[in-house]
Ligand binder design. Structure first.
Ligand code: SAH
Ligand code: SF4
Ligand code: F3S
Length: 474
């Protein structure tokens, strides 16, 4: 680990301004915040007026679907103009596109000064210094440790991280914050780039996580979401095992400890893979009052044959069993999911199995995606790639079904009173406060008082799939 180094060349001069743009999942938000922490320790501060006046523009990129990648490339094209106006401007590209494309991306976009993969984040200040000293583009990708060494197995990892005071990337103290607990993924679902762009699973030490959460709560956070591509397998690498112990193992233990922290109101986690979702984890939702009453449990498809080709390791029946565990513990728990339509070879019958699963489970909300072929993944080479028009048609049908379910659920909420944690005031409409119920439904309330960070009872008066409107009780 590089640690924090003060940039001696500029320490005496004005602070450099960094502008950060983040695409992709919450893990990228957490990574952007960590990069900001490293930069702040090296004489940078967040640019208050965006890219125009920045000395450094950092793009933290996503590679999950082709569309996400395109957005990054077109943004890079637009930044060329800024660079032409200001030759001292530095452009850094981080995240999953940086890892996936490496040097090739610099050949396509020579305006990039620093290219840095998710496994090399701590090297950012050093890479910037190198680029400034040499004027040459610098590249750092790959992963140093794909697994902890043998000596680490069987004992708790010791914190070796000096960067625990993580600012929010918005530059403001935020009520809701993300904390990474595990990097990478070992699952290799056949459609997915993540194991290639994020490497294998490496868990952070528990005491390090607790200290980071404590710092955030001291600085105004009331809700914490623990993050990983596969949070349920937190700590298995430290124990040297592949399956979660009967008692729920290190993840349940971690959640129980984080929930003890004073000042924390709500605890969430994402993403939870149904594969290693355990009954003790379901029980925690009932036994631990700080747990949100929502879980994101991606299923991807309602067809066992498709799930098998996706290498998801769980059947539809096993997925439904996990939903039952959760609903036995907390009948009103909100369950959301990810679905992919048009996976290679998906027949009409297999697609309809997904529609049937949706009707059976009744998800609170879904993220539905058209399958996007990713170079290097197994499914990209599968026969039976589905045409764009069929994917669009299936996506529309699926979203139409969910819209009906969501509308029914929203109507059912009207008239109820729910505890809402207020997370921000609308910038466009001052006096409108936006918060969330424990079930992760967004709620808007009109109030002249400052509600930031408060949890208050709200009577829900109307709503749509985006948000509900409500009135403060009292
Ligand atoms: N680790 C999480 C998923 C992370 S990726 C899990 O396994 O549950 C987030 C979502 O993006 C996935 O759940 C999947 O629905 C979608 N996704 C990933 N790769 C995709 C691809 N090649 N095409 C379309 N959607 C994809
Ligand atoms: Fe991708 Fe599967 Fe890992 Fe999720 S579990 S990140 S979908 S490989
Ligand atoms: Fe995207 Fe990488 Fe997250 S590909 S979804 S930013 S892990």
């Amino acid at each position: 680990m590089t640690g924090i180094q003060i940039d001696t060349i500029t320490a005496a001069s004005r602070k450099r301004k960094v502008h950060i743009e983040t695409w992709g999942c919450q893990m990228n938000i957490a990574d952007s915040e960590r990069m900001l922490a490293l930069l702040e320790a090296n004489n940078y501060e967040l640019s208050r007026d965006g890219a125009e006046t920045a000395d450094l523009i950092l793009l933290n990129t996503c590679h999950i679907r082709e569309k996400a990648r395109h957005k990054v490339l077109s943004r890079l094209g637009a930044l060329n103009e800024l660079k032409a106006k200001n030759p001292d401007l530095r452009i850094a590209v981080a995240g999953c596109v940086a890892q996936a494309d490496g040097k090739k991306l610099i050949e396509q976009a020579p305006q990039i000064d620093v290219l840095i993969g998710p496994g090399k984040i701590d090297e950012l200040p050093g890479l910037l210094r190198e680029n400034m000293a040499t004027g040459q583009s610098v590249v750092a990708t790959g992963f140093d440790r794909h697994a902890r060494d043998e000596n680490d197995v069987g004992r708790e990892a010791v914190s070796d991280d000096p960067v625990l005071h993580i600012p929010s990337v918005s530059g403001k103290p935020e009520v809701t914050r993300f904390v990474n607990i595990i990097q990478g993924c070992n699952n290799f679902c056949t459609f997915c780039v993540v194991p290639f762009t994020r490497g294998r699973e490496i868990s952070r030490a528990k005491d390090e996580i607790l200290r980071e959460v404590e710092y955030m709560v001291r600085n105004g956070a009331r809700e914490i979401t623990l993050l990983g591509q596969n949070v349920n397998s937190y700590g298995l690498d430290l124990m040297g095992r592949d399956d979660v112990p009967e008692d729920g193992g290190p993840f349940v233990d971690l959640l129980s400890s984080v929930a003890q922290l004073k000042g924390l109101e709500r605890l969430r986690f994402t993403t939870s893979n149904p594969h290693d979702f355990t009954r003790p984890l379901a029980r925690l939702f009932a036994s631990q009052p700080k747990m949100g009453r929502h879980i994101h449990l991606p299923v991807q498809s309602g067809s066992n044959t498709v799930l098998d080709r996706m290498r998801r390791k769980v059947t539809v029946e096993q997925y439904l069993e996990r939903i039952n565990w959760l609903r036995e513990e907390v009948p009103a728990i909100a369950i959301s999911t990810d679905l992919i339509v048009g996976f290679p070879g998906e027949t009409e019958e297999e697609f309809e199995d997904t529609l049937r699963l949706m009707s059976a489970v009744r998800f609170a909300f879904i993220f539905a995606f058209k399958y996007s072929s990713r170079r290097g993944t197994a499914a990209a080479r599968f026969a039976g790639q589905i045409s764009e028009s069929v994917k669009v048609e299936r996506l529309n049908r699926l979203n139409a079904i969910q819209d009906v379910i969501t509308a029914e659920m929203v109507a059912n909420e009207v008239g109820r009173t729910k505890d809402v944690l207020f997370i921000y005031e609308s910038r466009k409409y001052p006096g409108i406060w936006v918060g969330r119920t424990k079930e992760y439904r967004s709620v808007r309330v009109n109030s002249s008082a400052n509600l930031l960070g408060m949890t208050l009872p709200v009577r829900l008066t109307s709503g749509n799939k985006v948000a509900m409107l409500g009135e403060l009780v009292n």
